[in-house]
Design a protein around this ligand. Structure first.
Ligand SMILES: [Zn+2]
Length: 224
């Protein structure tokens, strides 16, 4: 099977453009990565963390899954064996010793839509259904608290609640909790509006997602 034309075209563009500019950086990080930040994001094609944060290779340790969820800390014995997100989290915190973890949800998230559809007993997929069930508790609580809420508002509310739920789950991992208590690790919640290209950051004291102001361009922005 040959490389699809669209991917080949993109790769050619990368090799002739960004790679030429960043070849030295690629060579340097080949010896080992030391990212300071882990981002847990949705698999959605429109919310690429490296694009949103204009990150260079080696700067962000990213794990993406459906709806950017962090599952609770479960041992293999208690529930299944394949914990991809938890494994990435363990590596980021215990080996890379990242200093920031950002859970980044987004608008119009299909995973969150599926969670809301499941509440109406609509089929959502053999694997997506059980994966999204981990927020069933907070979803049901939201639905109960907001009877008659417009679906788009409820969707947006659940997108944000899911981020806060994931932050709580992050703290259930002993190695995360330990680093947070030692002041070596900070946990953040963020939500990205696709239609506006706008990032909102969770104020964990108020529970409000505040729009992130955009600063002046850096001098080296042309390189990114
Ligand atoms: Zn999504």
């Amino acid at each position: 099977m040959r490389i699809p034309a669209e991917l080949h075209s993109g790769y050619t563009y990368f090799r002739n453009g960004r790679y030429v500019v960043e070849a030295d950086r690629y060579r340097a990080v080949a010896a080992g990565q030391a990212p300071k930040t882990m981002i847990i994001a949705c698999a959605d094609s429109r919310v690429d963390p490296a694009t949103i944060f204009a990150a260079a290779p080696g700067e962000l340790f990213v794990v993406r899954n459906v709806a950017a969820l962090v599952p609770p800390c479960e041992t293999c014995e208690s529930s299944g064996t394949y914990h991809g997100t938890s494994a990435a989290l363990e590596f980021a915190v215990t080996q890379l010793k990242v200093e920031e973890i950002v859970v980044m949800g987004h608008g119009m998230c299909g995973g969150i839509t599926a969670a809301l559809q499941a509440a109406e007993h609509r089929p959502v997929g053999r694997f997506i259904g059980p994966w999204m069930e981990q927020i069933a508790g907070v979803r049901d609580d939201l639905i109960e608290r907001t009877p008659g809420m417009f679906p788009e508002f409820r969707q947006k509310a659940l997108e944000r609640i899911a981020i806060q739920h994931s932050l709580g789950n992050l703290n259930s991992f002993p190695f995360v909790n330990e680093q947070v208590n030692r002041g070596k690790l900070r946990l953040h919640g963020a939500w990205f509006s696709i239609s506006q290209g706008e990032l909102h950051w969770l104020d964990q004291d108020t529970g409000v997602f505040e729009t992130v102001s955009v600063g002046l361009p850096d001098r080296d922005q042309g390189l990114r």
